[in-house]
Design a protein around this ligand. Structure first.
Ligand code: SF4
Length: 300
């Protein structure tokens, strides 16, 4: 984010959007209740004031004019811009285009429930307005884990809404967490996640290792014994099973977050073999004591 932009709170964007123009249109998340999430706890969901949005767009346009280079893609933040109604989204996209007529694609995070709340005609209209590459947090392919984590959605919803996005021509990128089902369920969780990827057909399947942050309800669950974290070796084996079972050659597998101990990314079709070799070597050579001393997960 440019330091001349006025923004609210900590901003999060997908690593793949590191070179994209970032614009805060809303603050917070309408759900704000997933047990593992600490991203927007202190930030109630609201629209960014239009004067601030205008000022930020004017500032960015001024810089674009200086360099003679104009954005074609924007990533809209915070966590839940797609929860706006189709009419409100259209109004915001048109507002942005007034300052940036070169804009072709608007990417953003989208919750399954926010897709469900829109009609097929809404989705087609948004596609025509440039909405694409939605990032959807499926998190897991297991319904009981979705319930436990208070995700507010079901597996059936995820599959149905992905089908509707495909029908409207909107691409999406799926977000999952390794270790989300807890100790002893890695293999089951991996098979379910790979199955969900195969059914929902995202362009990208992103797998980040779940981390229990201290200021979350999940940390209380761990303290009370309601949730037992999987160890790193189980997580690496879970990742291997996911990789072995995704059947979409064109899908980009991405597990290179700072929270992943073994950075891996590549296309399932052409890169799976070397990714599995690397993962297998790490599993074969895994040393728990060394891992604990050398790898710490502290922040997203
Ligand atoms: S994980 Fe996503 S939907 Fe859940 S509380 Fe966090 S930002 Fe909201």
């Amino acid at each position: 984010m440019n330091d001349y932009m006025k923004t609210e709170g900590t901003l999060y964007r997908p690593p793949a959007e590191a070179n994209t123009f970032l614009l805060q249109v809303t603050a917070g998340c309408t759900h704000n209740a997933c047990r593992f999430c600490n991203m927007y706890r202190d930030k109630p969901f609201h629209l960014i004031d239009e004067d601030i949005l205008r000022r930020n767009l004017q500032e960015e346009k001024r810089i674009c004019d200086i360099y003679g280079r104009y954005h074609k893609r924007a990533f809209l933040m915070d966590g839940d811009v797609f929860s706006l109604s189709a009419d409100k989204l259209e109004e915001k996209l048109e507002f942005i285009r007034r300052y940036m007529p070169s804009m072709e694609t608007f990417s953003m995070y989208a919750a399954v429930r926010s897709i469900k709340n829109k009609s097929d005609a809404d989705l087609e209209r948004l596609k025509d307005l440039g909405v694409n590459d939605l990032y959807i947090g499926y998190e897991t392919g297991l319904d009981d884990v979705l319930t436990f984590m208070n995700k507010g959605t079901t597996l059936a919803d995820s599959i149905e809404q992905a089908d509707r996005l495909h029908a409207a021509g909107i691409h999406h990128r799926a977000l999952f967490m390794l270790g989300v089902a807890g100790k002893g369920r890695g293999e089951e969780s991996a098979l379910a996640a790979a199955d969900l990827v195969n059914r929902t057909k995202p362009d990208m399947a992103r797998f980040i290792t779940m981390t229990v942050f201290p200021d979350t309800p999940l940390a209380e669950d761990v303290a009370a014994g309601r949730f037992v974290e999987a160890g790193e070796l189980e997580i690496l084996m879970e990742e291997r099973t996911v990789l072995e079972n995704i059947q979409l050659p064109e899908t980009h597998f991405w597990a290179s977050h700072v929270l992943n101990s073994i950075p891996l990314m590549g296309y399932i079709g052409k890169d799976r073999e070397w990714m599995l070799k690397r993962l297998n070597r790490s599993i074969d050579e895994f040393d728990e004591e060394k891992f604990k001393k050398t790898f710490k997960r502290t922040h997203l």
